[in-house]
Design a protein around this ligand. Structure first.
Ligand code: SF4
Ligand code: SF4
Ligand code: SF4
Length: 372
């Protein structure tokens, strides 16, 4: 089921809120997780269950401080037969949810995946200043589409994002390539999605060519810019000592790991006894080398994290946004994960049925690094 949904009062955000109201009032959903504005006007995420509260929901809010898949990992570890929660999420967030489902960290039964187009987001820190007092900011962002590809104020992850439309969803709401003052694109891919569309007046049709072209154009432009950025990074990264240099400012605070939506181990290796060294052990290491940089094991941390993340990284760049010394993690993880996933013909979050690369074995795999 797919088609266009009429937008009332040139307000696409209010039209989407109208859908939320219908779904909650008719008990089709027990709650909906969506971007929202806090009372202080900052960008946040909230779980709405009372339709009267939906004025605070901001489904088109173009700022992101957290990849909401991390929140889903907290609330959907167990299934709850009485709850049906709609996740109104951006493409990189839904891709991370799909990876978490494959990693058995999120159970799908109580969830309905509702995607929304995303042309890019600003960092949540400082967004209040960018938005100012403009109550129509989110709608303008959806309306003024010519600047998406070249917006250098978007988060670095977004400047390299090639998936402006969700890849896996029960229902998707789109505005890219549409005139969102007049209509939105709505598409149900599963029975769960179709159930939400019952009673919603759609002008059924195929996805407009103009929309397909706009999505493809944005994706192509981002791919070209990303290739150039990775080429520059490759020049900078010649040799292992350059990697040490790249992380020279690292404080070893582990923020990048804590915010990563697909960082999946329940018990982190870096919190294990292996890293709880007493002062005597530190002195022994120091005596052996003459001096050791403190805090220690910074590079080991990053190499281990890269190794753990490369197959499931959704390239959201939230790790870079959370780094207090702005190390270029978004480009580095884009490069590493893209290369690794290409080797396995895998795209994180592309398909729920596609097995995780490291859980499968093929006899003729990687002959170039092993015995033929
Ligand atoms: S990485 Fe992509 S999907 Fe995620 S917020 Fe940025 S543009 Fe949107
Ligand atoms: S490693 Fe960084 S870019 Fe990749 S999923 Fe985690 S937070 Fe996002
Ligand atoms: S967030 Fe930045 S400073 Fe902290 S561990 Fe990660 S790279 Fe290092």
């Amino acid at each position: 089921m797919k088609g266009t949904l009429k937008v009332e009062g040139k307000n696409p955000e209010a039209t989407i809120r109208g859908l939320f109201t219908k779904w909650l009032k008719e008990s089709r959903l027990s709650a909906i997780l969506t971007p929202a504005y806090s009372d202080a006007g900052t960008a946040t995420v909230a779980l709405f269950s009372n339709p009267e509260k939906l004025d605070e929901a901001a489904p088109l809010l173009p700022a992101m401080g957290v990849n909401s898949a991390s929140i889903v990992a907290e609330i959907a570890r167990e299934s709850s037969p009485n709850a049906k929660v709609g996740l109104f999420l951006r493409p990189c967030e839904l891709r991370a949810v799909v990876e978490l489902m494959k990693l058995k960290q999120v159970l799908p039964d109580s969830l309905v995946l509702i995607g929304v187009d995303c042309p890019g987001t600003y960092k949540s820190a400082g967004f209040r200043t960018i938005r100012g007092k403009d109550a129509d900011f989110d709608n303008k962002h959806a309306r003024e589409q010519s600047g998406y590809a070249g917006n250098v104020n978007f988060r670095m992850g977004c400047q390299m994002c090639e998936f402006p439309k969700p890849l896996v969803f029960d229902l998707n709401v789109g505005f890219i390539g549409m005139d969102p003052d007049k209509e939105l694109w709505v598409e149900a891919a599963t029975d769960k999605g179709k159930a939400l569309l019952e009673g919603v007046e759609l002008a059924e049709q195929d996805e407009p060519e103009k929309r397909k072209k706009a999505l493809e154009g944005l994706s192509a432009s981002r791919k070209a810019k990303t290739a150039k950025r990775i080429e520059d990074l490759d020049k900078l990264m010649l040799g292992p000592e350059k990697l040490v240099e790249y992380f020279a400012d690292c404080l070893n605070c582990h923020n990048c790991m804590k915010v990563c939506p697909v960082c999946y181990c329940r018990e982190c290796f870096f919190d294990s006894d292996t890293f709880q060294r007493d002062i005597g052990e530190h002195v022994r290491v120091s005596l052996r080398k003459g001096a050791t940089r403190m805090p220690s094991e910074t590079l080991l941390f990053h190499l281990t994290r890269m190794n753990h993340m490369m197959a499931s990284c959704v390239q959201c760049g939230i790790c870079e946004d959370s780094c207090p010394v702005t190390i270029g993690l978004a480009t580095l993880f884009k490069k590493v994960s893209q290369n690794a996933q290409k080797e396995f013909d895998y795209v994180s979050g592309r398909n729920l049925d596609e097995p995780l690369p490291l859980t499968t074995f093929r006899e003729a795999e990687f002959p170039k690094v092993g015995e033929e």
